[in-house]
Ligand binder design. Sequence first.
Ligand code: SAM
Length: 337
Amino acid sequence: MANENSGLHTAKRNKKDEFYTQLVDIERELWHYRSHFKGKVVYCNCDDPYVSAFFEYFTKNFEFLGLKKLITTCYKSQRLDLFSQNDSEVAIKLEYTGGAPNSLPTPDDIGVTSLQGDGDFRSPECIDILKQADIVVSNPPFSLFSEYVAQLAGFDKKFIIVGHQNAITYKEVFPLIKENRMWLGFGFKRNMAHFNTPHYEDTAADADHREGMIRVSGVVWYTNLDHNKRHEEMILVQRYHGNEAAYPHYDNYDAIEVSKTQDIPLDYTGAMGVPITFLTKYNPEQFEIIGATESEGAGFSSGLWKPESRIAQAVINGKRVYKRLFICNRNHVISET
Ligand SMILES: C[S@@+](CC[C@H](N)C(=O)[O-])C[C@H]1O[C@@H](n2cnc3c(N)ncnc32)[C@H](O)[C@@H]1O
């Protein structure tokens, strides 16, 4: 019974991860990184080429991007889930080096081979492929996101991947963001995406409802490839001096609360607590990320926390505030007052 239950649990979890990125979203994001791909080996390691639009994007743009090689591998349960019960339980691999007779080759035109193992991105076989790759591009299972990122960082790989914004404060992810080893990409429209899925019923209302798709909000692209948006300076218009009441000091952190990114004051020199969505506007030349509230991970607040308060979440006048990142303005304006 225990085995049956754990099997069911795995199947449920796998199903939860079965949703597929739309080609249009991939095209919209990857356009900004086109200069990074020349002569590179791209690896999509959570991608069944029969269903993945990442496969389609890279085969279609292989020559345009000047790629050296595209490799995709897929987890075996993905194929079982999507295809008939008769489909063999295999994980597959595809390698493409360009030159297909038509500009939109199918996986069968190129040729797929079976993997020996189950295609898990953590398997020795997939890690060997990862070592050969220059850039990893995928939408990995959200349920394994921390492990996925830790592996990429461990092998010092370049990447462009889809994930949820809540991962910003995961203990495996936040230190990379703080050290500028990982940042957000351009992003999905309104920070939300529609994914193709055979497994979910879309509950989104009216204009946002799309048949055969699920709408997920808070979805972002994570990358460590440079792009223009990251160097755009945020125009700050608010001032702290003369307007102190709008920026209360936390009871338990040595920082002021800035509840909306657009209200970051241009004349404050100290630490400021901002929502995690600040990262969509983060320019490392303009701001330094110092830490995050202790509720996001022990030791994350870089000494701003007053441990005697015992409450790890940020508190203002006894009232708790949602997740916060702590930042400093590198170019603050000296106030005339
Ligand atoms: C969110 S879906 C995205 C699929 C595809 N990358 C795309 O964007 O269309 C994540 C995929 O990862 C696969 N997956 C789940 N666990 C995996 C693992 N341990 N190793 C590799 N792939 C896995 C799932 O089967 C699922 O198809």
